[in-house]
Design a protein around this ligand. Structure first.
Ligand SMILES: Nc1ncnc2c1ncn2[C@@H]1O[C@H](COP(=O)(O)OP(=O)(O)OP(=O)(O)O)[C@@H](O)[C@H]1O
Length: 295
């Protein structure tokens, strides 16, 4: 197991022209081990998707370096599979077609029969064999997300970057997909970075939880290791004292981050001048659809 498999080294990123640019992420330090499952928890707008885009090579840092297996990441690669909240499937292609298109591009050396077999294997893995020939509009949200997962997995990436892939799903479908992702992670031994805003999801799935501080200039805070035995049973997990302590500690930490950010914002508030509005004359008459004002 390589300890520094995926790394962010003093990474900052900001958008817009230099004079007005504000760093969304500042001096972010992250080191993910090979086969590790890391969850990043953060508030909306903190910069979670930006962080995933940096790891994927879709965005370049303003300063610092992104590395995978010691090599600088400068562009996207099929070695890092990304799955976003929106499934972005091609609507004119079937389940098979969507996954096939991705697999074909990554494995041009495979024969037609080999690619087909490869695609069928991933369709089966996400339990979509019965829906193989359906188009995205004929599928439920959970099924579409499964296609998206199968498409990402079919490219056989070493790293899975999951940007809140389950947050738009109902609780039941979400639970089923969480279990499927965990099963696949155990079977295929991938390195996973999961972005989530759900503390329970993070504890259920991750080896380590890293909260992202509130933006701008967000960075990764204190890590919370999750040593709960695997496979974790969602029904009995909440009864375990370790789960309860962890959840309380993470929640308190997040509340603290929120209060800190509010206090910082409060300090920079501009005092409003003490002025009263001018006397306002309400319209006296209405003619047709037009207001008629008295002089
Ligand atoms: N390409 C871009 N150009 C300008 N600003 C951007 C760009 N990408 C992100 N931002 C800004 O960076 C900040 C963080 O965005 P990001 O999407 O990473 O947050 P997030 O934590 O994923 O939010 P959410 O949970 O709501 O999806 C936001 O203020 C956003 O407007």
């Amino acid at each position: 197991m390589r300890r520094n498999f995926l790394e962010l080294d003093q990474v900052s990123i900001g958008f817009g022209p230099t004079p007005t640019r504000v760093d969304i992420l500042k001096d972010v330090q992250l080191s993910v081990a090979e086969n590790e499952f890391v969850a990043i928890l953060g508030f909306s707008g903190a910069g979670k998707s930006t962080l995933i885009s940096l790891l994927a090579g879709l965005e370049a840092p303003t300063s610092g370096e992104v590395r995978m297996a010691g090599k600088r990441v400068t562009r996207p690669s099929p070695r890092r599979g990304v799955m976003f909240q929106s499934y972005s499937l091609l609507p004119w292609l079937t389940v098979f077609g969507n996954i096939h298109l991705a697999a074909q591009q990554v494995f041009p050396e495979k024969s037609k029969a080999e690619v087909r077999e490869h695609v069928e294997r991933y369709i089966e893995m996400v339990h979509l064999t019965a829906a193989r020939d359906k188009r995205p509009h004929e599928l439920s949200g959970g099924m579409r997300q499964r296609v998206s997962l199968a498409r990402t997995l079919a490219m056989q990436p070493e790293v899975l970057l999951l940007d809140e892939p389950l947050s738009a799903l109902d609780a039941l479908t979400r639970a089923v997909l969480q279990d499927e992702i965990l099963q696949i992670w155990e079977q295929e031994k991938k390195t996973v970075v999961l972005i989530t805003n759900d503390v329970d999801e993070a504890i259920l799935m991750a080896d380590r939880i890293l909260p992202l501080t509130m933006g701008p200039e967000a960075s990764l805070g204190e890590a919370f290791p999750v040593t709960l035995e695997r496979p974790r049973n969602r029904r009995t997990l909440t009864d375990q004292p370790e789960y309860q302590h962890l959840k309380a500690a993470i929640t308190a930490h997040l509340v603290g981050l929120n209060q800190e950010a509010r206090a910082l914002r409060g300090g920079s508030l501009v005092p409003m001048p003490d002025i009263a509005p001018k006397e306002f004359h309400a319209p006296s008459k209405i003619t047709g659809l037009k207001w008629k004002f008295s002089a």
